[in-house]
Design a protein around this ligand. Structure first.
Ligand code: NZQ
Ligand code: ZN
Length: 391
């Protein structure tokens, strides 16, 4: 078992109508001016944005706003946000939206608090010394950015998607009302479910010993998300199912699921980030498309771990044959992805990869000569093979 530090400073305000508390939550932070950052249309159309503005006005908080964040949030809008925040003397950023909006807010926060080009963080050329404080009103259960130490940004030039991790960007508070997710299209709900499971599985499939307790929580979380994702297919306004998935999304990515074990594998995420950067696919769908290929490529190194997963998630037992059990578990997970209309190949993402594109994806993923993965360390050639097998 590894030593660990667990520090998750985000105050969570969970439940119905909690967005009405946002004004007083911001006031508690003692800031002078807020940037309300949001996405395309959903928060405006649902009336959420107006409710947030009203709550800020009632609390006597001055604010300015910037919308237009798109999935796979773009660096150009981050620069625009930094400029606006400087001009308006903003000292707190309130993200109203999903992972993309929160990540864009975190990047603006970094840009405001450090005296170098913010992209240098994502490009591994510099380290953040500070970040403007961030809070959020979450509208989709998926990325877990509301409690994570991570932010993922796409640079349009070259289609490069990169993440940067630092505890400095963790949200001060996260308002989570499951009702706000009722308006999600079925596809986004399913993408979110995959991402939440994958944040847990990336931490589960590791080469070293893990804590029994952490394993048990991870398995319960995955089963809970699967169960409730199926309910939401038929009942998108089922409050209990929305609530289960929303809370799972935060716990999957607030570092709880790797206590006592290594930090995780993260190869599927790195492989997906390149797909997102080049082809602008939805993150959860991209993960579902590559996971099976990754799993079949690596499971030989420790089939017992995959066999435990198969047995505890899907009740699959294969007479003590770990390899066979492992393979059946991988198939069962893909079958589940299909059952919620998620792709299990890159073709199903609408991307017909050429051999040149496979090499380009792998070269980008191996930037600076890096390897990825922990369950099995993967080099550029391995990455290309996994993309090829996922085609
Ligand atoms: O822009 P609007 O109109 O709001 O539409 C969004 C967007 O099109 C829509 N949506 C959100 N809430 C809605 C809604 N539509 C109707 N009703 C609502 N209540 O959903 C679409 C997707 O939103 P987005 O924020 O992109 O989703 P998600 O939370 O999945 O975030 C994905 C981004 O997060 C990154 C991903 O790579 C991707 O860029 N990740 C961030 C992580 C982190 N910071 O910790 C970890 C993850 O592994 C992930 O990499
Ligand atoms: Zn993810």
């Amino acid at each position: 078992m590894n030593n660990f530090v667990f520090h998750t400073p985000t105050k969570v305000i969970f439940g119905k109508n909690t967005e009405s508390e946002v004004g007083s939550l911001v006031k508690e932070q003692g800031c002078r001016k807020v940037l309300v950052h949001y996405g395309g249309q959903s928060a405006r159309k649902s009336g959420l944005l107006d409710r947030v503005f009203t709550s800020l006005q009632e609390a006597g908080i001055a604010y300015t706003s910037l919308g237009g964040v798109v999935p796979n949030p773009r660096l150009s809008l981050v620069y625009e946000g930094i400029e606006l925040c400087r001009k308006e003397h903003v000292d707190f950023i309130l993200a109203v939206g999903g992972g993309s909006v929160i990540d864009s807010a975190k990047a603006i926060g970094y840009g405001m608090a450090n005296d170098f080009d913010v992209w240098d963080l994502y490009d591994r050329k510099n380290t953040a010394k500070a970040c403007l404080p961030i809070g959020c009103v979450l509208t989709i259960a998926a990325a877990g950015s509301e409690m994570s130490d991570s932010s993922v940004i796409t640079k349009e030039e070259g289609g490069i998607k990169r993440g940067y991790n630092s505890p400095l960007c963790r949200c001060r508070f996260a308002v989570m009302n499951p009702e706000l997710t009722y308006t999600l299209p079925a596809y986004q709900t399913a993408c979110g479910a995959v991402d939440i499971m994958m944040h847990t599985m990336e931490r589960y499939f590791v080469p070293d010993d893990t804590l029994e307790l952490t394993d048990g929580m991870a398995e319960a979380l995955i089963r809970t998300v699967m169960h409730n994702a199926l309910i939401l297919k038929g009942e998108p306004q089922n409050y209990k199912a929305r609530a289960e998935i929303m809370w799972a999304g935060s716990l999957a990515h607030n570092s709880l699921m790797n206590c006592g074990g290594p930090n995780g594998d993260w190869a599927s995420h790195q492989l997906e980030h390149e797909l997102g950067g080049m082809f602008d696919v939805a993150h959860g769908a991209g993960l579902a498309a590559v996971w099976g290929s990754w799993a079949r490529y690596v499971f030989h190194d420790k089939p017992e771990r995959f066999a435990q997963f198969a047995s505890r998630i899907f009740d699959i037992e294969c007479h003590g044959n770990a390899r066979e059990t492992a393979l059946l578990g991988i198939e069962a997970m893909e079958e589940f992805y299909r059952s919620i209309d998620m792709p299990t190949t890159i073709r199903e993402l609408g991307v017909a990869l050429t051999e040149e594109q496979i090499e380009e994806l792998a070269a980008k993923c191996a930037f600076g000569g890096r390897t990825i993965g922990a369950f099995k360390t993967l080099n550029q050639e391995d990455m290309a093979a996994i993309y090829r097998n996922a085609r």
